[in-house]
Design a protein around this ligand. Structure first.
Ligand code: XUL
Length: 538
């Protein structure tokens, strides 16, 4: 019997999931999450983010993530009932783009942790920046412009790195930090992503970045999976010396550090596998290891992504190409106003989730031409830097219509902004917390005109990480498994969960799509008022 652990260090929580693989069976044997706000209130986060007066600034605490890792591994050791000696390898997934800044003392400190003491106190003095900007930060408009200009424009940067300059991407964030606090930047010896930071804690030494997460930095040469000197120079001279190396996603960083072995009783032979981003891990966790289907993740962010053999960069500039943990590529679009926007509407109208679903059932597709643009926070797709909810023909007091409007807006936006991927899909793999909600998935199915399937495990990022641990450990033992074999029995959609598109609704949405696009254009100050066009949906 072999056990593999997968972590998911996400915006709002840390999750661990264990899979067991024997000749006869493969199953998920343990899963546990710690919500940051609830379990680590001393950090004062709200939905995992440190409060800030600017809507553009979103930071979190790397100490909190470390403390959560220590606590969760303690739970695995004491409460999971898992046979610890059978744990072969551990991998993980991190919220993408976020960065952790360490000074020159970090390497020695990580290698010499005292197992008798909690982790977090021992990290005092290793950070050159106390907080970490995360993917929800949109405060680097100026740096995005500067970087794009220096490399020869957004199209050049996109061709090189897979994305034009995005505010949340690590390169623009690094540039802003170097400008705002040059002394602290000078003290920075190593800049990690959330993923490589967490892997470093486990391995007791600096871990590399994988091409899945590295592609979310505006710094990596996508075609060659190595740092891109023009992008590095445009971001900050001398940056190369502060970055970890880039290694394939199945790279074994090393054995689990003695700290975890002695502190919690984990086996010293357990391997730490390079961590990746949450979306690349989810790609594996929903079984997208070849072209054909797409996935929608309804987590804190909403993302739509698909497997790609060759990198095809988005000419409209709103999408991304990342590395896939299989060594191939993935296309992705990301929306910031996902779970928190649905939740804001739900709370605004005093509903529980059952009430939310009941309103979806009682309202017609197309919402009689009532539209909401859910930009509660700055939006990534389309780029909206001045947040504010926009409503067309929609009364703020109409709970049912607002519920339908927020879900329809999210799904229509997915449909409109994913067209550049050029993928003809008939099937959508739905994942993330809200994928349990079949009413939301029905709207998805109708808008995308595709069958939607659910999964037994809703945290596909943690599952994908555990599967990557399995794959990497097998490869390290000289047995490289085909990805189809790795995911088999784990990351397969539940056939009976199928939600089919309803022809009448599909028709309504195909008419509504261009009108909704016109609403977006109008709200962005680029087009005429579409209220007249919406009248026809009454
Ligand atoms: C992807 C993105 C988010 C984060 C947080 O580009 O910004 O999906 O990875 O989940």
């Amino acid at each position: 019997m072999s056990i593999y652990l997968g972590f998911d260090s996400s915006t709002q929580s840390l999750t661990v999931l264990a899979i067991e693989v024997t000749a006869a069976q493969r199953k998920v044997v343990f899963e546990r999450s710690l919500q940051f706000d609830e379990h680590f209130p001393a950090y004062g986060t709200r939905n995992g983010v440190l409060p800030h007066e600017s809507p553009h600034v979103a930071h979190s605490s790397p100490r909190m993530w470390a403390e959560a890792l220590d606590r969760l591994l303690g739970i695995v050791a004491k409460e999971s009932g898992l046979a610890l000696p059978e744990i072969r390898a551990i991998a993980g997934s991190g919220q993408q783009h976020g960065s952790v800044y360490l000074n020159g003392s970090a390497g020695a400190r990580l290698a010499g942790l005292d197992p008798a003491k909690p982790l977090v106190g021992q990290l005092d003095g290793i950070f050159s920046r106390e907080t970490s900007p995360i993917w929800m930060d949109s405060s680097t408009q100026e740096e995005c412009r500067e970087i794009a200009r220096a490399v020869g424009g957004d199209a050049v940067l996109a061709q090189l790195t897979g994305s034009r300059a995005f505010e949340r991407f690590t390169g623009p964030q690094i540039r802003k930090f170097a400008k705002e606090d040059p002394a602290a930047y000078a003290r920075t010896d190593r800049i990690h992503l959330v993923s490589s930071f967490m892997a470093s804690l486990l391995a007791g030494k600096h871990a590399p970045i994988d091409p899945g997460d590295g592609a979310g930095m505006n710094l990596m040469d996508l075609a060659h999976k190595r740092w891109a000197p023009p992008a590095l120079d445009a971001t900050q001279p001398g940056l190369a010396a502060k970055l970890p190396g880039i290694e394939e996603s199945w790279h074994v960083v090393g054995a689990l550090s003695p700290y975890w072995v002695k502190r919690h009783g984990f086996p010293s032979e357990a391997q730490v596998v390079a961590w990746s981003g949450d979306n690349p891990c989810s790609l594996i966790g929903v079984g997208l290891v070849k072209q054909g289907s797409i996935a929608v993740s309804l987590g804190t962010s909403t993302t739509l992504f698909g497997f790609m053999e060759k990198p095809l960069v988005d000419p409209t500039g709103s999408g991304h190409v990342f590395g896939s943990p299989t060594g191939d590529y993935m296309s992705l679009i990301c929306f910031e106003n996902g779970a928190l926007a649905r939740d804001a509407v739900r709370r605004e109208h005093g509903l529980n989730w059952e009430g939310f679903s009941a309103h979806l059932r009682s309202t017609p597709p197309g919402n009689k031409g009532r539209v909401l643009l859910p930009w509660f926070k700055p939006e990534i797709t389309p780029r909206v830097l001045k947040p504010g909810v926009r409503r067309y023909r929609l009364d703020l007091g109409d709970a049912a219509a607002n519920v339908r409007a927020v879900v329809e807006a999210q799904m229509l936006s997915l449909a409109i902004h994913s067209q550049w991927m050029g993928v003809q899909f008939r099937t959508v793999h739905a994942t993330g917390g809200a994928a349990v909600n079949r009413e939301i998935l029905q709207v998805m199915s109708d808008v995308l005109n595709a069958e939607v399937f659910q999964f037994e495990v809703s945290n596909s990022a943690a599952l994908g990480a555990a599967l990557r641990a399995y794959h990497a450990h097998s490869a390290a033992c000289g047995r490289t498994l085909p990805w189809g074999d790795v995911i088999q029995g784990f990351a397969e959609p539940v056939r009976t969960s199928r939600i089919a598109p309803r022809p009448d609704a599909v028709q309504v949405y195909s008419r509504l799509k261009p009108v909704f696009a016109a609403c977006e254009e109008h709200a962005l100050g680029r087009g005429r008022d579409p209220s007249g066009l919406l009248e026809s949906f009454r």
